[in-house]
Design a protein around this ligand. Structure first.
Ligand code: SAM
Ligand code: SF4
Ligand code: SF4
Length: 365
């Protein structure tokens, strides 16, 4: 896949790691833009049944061509302009981001960006962990700050059925340990919980990762995209998960420390660490949502459930300068009205089905 495409880019001063502040953005619900998630590939070596089911993402599936992807230079430019607008956290995702060749180079470029005041930007990565044993040290050395690894079960048979490519869970566990040994900290682990599939694993996962350096986060199964055939009955509410774990290991809530934090945090009363709950279905957090997403081909989405993105790649490749890119971003954010998770409950299943939705593997988590 392309790392250094030859797209027409407006030249920039060498080493310009920061731009002057262009004003903090505020959308129609007065939410700032703080967090930018960037999908670096739409491809994945897993076929998780809830994300890229094999029936849809089979050999015939048309993934993006190399020249359709944003190059690292293009990603860096968008990120730099976003940072001038107030973005302070960049998360790389996919598809499987570690499949993108030379990802460390991109991380190094992004880690060199500075806020208008000269401060660092947090660089995070979400991965399925399959390549971490090989790549963890290089990621750390390139400047990665935070790592999230997806792991949905400890039962090897179930894990392999869920990733549907027979990838053993032991290799993901080894990858997590390699990341820890490389000095990556914090490391969070994401478990998507789907009733009837892996909800029987909740207690075992909690017990396994209690008293470790890792924070396990349980994610309510969401109706992202249309490939996974989502049904509300398959969602295990966060409250049920807390209740089940609390019966084994007493828990107490932890106050959110960062505005816009997606996870509700709970700590083990005995000091065994924390868990997180991402309850996008049963307890929507749209009111504080300060995230935007850039798809692999450079579309800016203002919501995970947006039906359309705004084509920043066309601007970049059409020769727009930083001021034009900045103005476009500001105007897109100013018009942002999204709060899908808050209105989901008001939609009938028919209305929900009619609404076009982008796939998680295209936009990233
Ligand atoms: N491939 C990487 C991974 O799996 O971590 C990064 C991309 S993946 C789309 C990002 C996150 O989205 C993962 O933690 C994954 O479990 C989660 N995810 C995918 N489909 C989901 C769904 N329908 N509901 C909730 N989370 C989902
Ligand atoms: Fe791939 Fe991540 Fe989706 Fe699983 S959740 S299919 S690893 S993109
Ligand atoms: Fe943010 Fe959209 Fe999710 Fe609401 S539904 S939290 S606005 S991404």
């Amino acid at each position: 896949m392309s790392d250094r495409s030859t797209a027409a880019l407006t030249p920039r001063a060498p080493g310009a790691s920061r731009l002057p502040a262009t004003g903090t953005l505020s959308d129609r619900h007065r939410r700032p833009l703080h967090d930018l998630r960037i999908s670096v590939t739409d491809r994945c070596n897993f076929r998780c049944v809830y994300c890229m089911p094999r029936e849809v993402f089979g050999t015939e599936y048309a993934f993006l061509d190399r020249d359709e992807l944003l190059s690292f230079e293009e990603i860096e430019r968008i990120a730099r302009v976003a940072v001038a607008h107030g973005v302070r956290k960049l998360r790389l995702t996919g598809g499987e981001p570690l499949l993108r060749r030379g990802l460390e180079d991109l991380i190094a470029r992004l880690a060199a960006l500075r806020t208008p005041e000269g401060g660092r930007i947090e660089i995070a990565l979400t991965t399925n962990g399959s390549a971490l044993t090989v790549k963890a040290q290089a990621l750390k050395d390139a400047g990665l700050d935070r790592l999230t690894v997806s792991i949905d079960s400890l039962d090897d048979g179930l894990f392999q059925r869920m990733n549907d490519v027979r990838f053993p869970v032991s290799r993901v566990l080894d990858g997590i340990d390699a990341a820890h040994a490389a000095g990556l900290d914090p490391i969070k682990l994401n478990m998507v919980v789907k009733r009837g599939l892996n909800d029987g694993e909740i207690e075992a996962m909690a017990a396994h990762f209690k008293d470790t350096p890792y924070t396990l986060r349980f994610i309510e199964y969401m109706d992202v995209g249309t490939s996974n055939g989502w049904a509300l009955e398959e969602v295990v509410p966060a409250a049920e998960i807390v209740e089940r774990i609390g019966r084994l290991f007493p828990l107490e809530p932890v106050d959110a420390v960062v505005a816009g934090e997606t996870a509700q945090r709970w700590r083990y009363v005995d000091g065994g660490g924390e868990i997180g709950l991402i309850s996008s279905v049963t307890n929507a957090f749209c009111g504080t949502c300060n995230r935007a997403r850039i798809s692999t081909e450079g579309k800016l989405f203002t919501c995970l459930f947006a039906t359309e993105g705004h084509d920043l790649r066309a601007l970049l490749r059409g020769g727009a300068d930083d001021d034009e890119l900045s103005a476009a971003m500001a105007s897109i954010w100013a018009g942002r009205d999204d709060r899908y998770s808050e209105i989901r409950a008001t939609l009938t299943p028919e209305l929900r089905e009619k609404r076009q939705r982008i796939e998680m593997s295209y936009i990233g988590g």
